[in-house]
Design a protein around this ligand. Sequence first.
Ligand SMILES: [Zn+2]
Ligand SMILES: [Zn+2]
Length: 213
Amino acid sequence: MLNVHVFSFNGFQENTYVLFDETNTCVIIDPGCYSVFEQNELANFIDKKNLTPVKLLNTHCHIDHILGNNFVAKKYNLGLEIHRADLPTLLATTEYGHLYGFTVDPSPYPSNFIDETSKITFGNSELEVRFTPGHAPGHVVFINHLHKFVINGDVLFFNSIGRTDLPGGDFDTLINSISTQLFTLPDDFTVYTGHGPNTTIGNEKKFNPFVKQ
Ligand SMILES: [Zn+2]
Ligand SMILES: [Zn+2]
């Protein structure tokens, strides 16, 4: 059994995901914990469930998704894994932090780059990586076929899509990523989004006003 736990963190109400299975190992995706209160909320959950974090992953490196990278990397002694094409996004976060009024705890430099040929394994579980640029140049999503879900970051939202006006963003590229990488999944797959409620592939195929089938 692979469990998905979501936290909503920081001023952007960013969804941070902890995935854990019966072996009690877990991966942490997009830790957005910013305040000490939020850091404790994440750490207390991991303690209470007796989990061992084995991977730190980012779907992409916008500031709201990386605010807790350094905390998680240090506390659990983990390297950061991202797609290489999002390295410029990561390196720009300190500057964007100033713009948004955040003091950014700088993220560690990635220890490993992942792409669509990577298989993420932990405990008894496996995640497929798909490359989904458009919202960010090096955006990836993580798919678990057994439990029929995708950790989709800021690609799709409930009846909406990610913004494309940030550096490296491109509308047509995003629509292409959705059509070729997400809408090729079965309708009953759950889509865990980077902000707001989750949705399903079927719902978005039917109702998403941005992506016409
Ligand atoms: Zn984003
Ligand atoms: Zn976001």
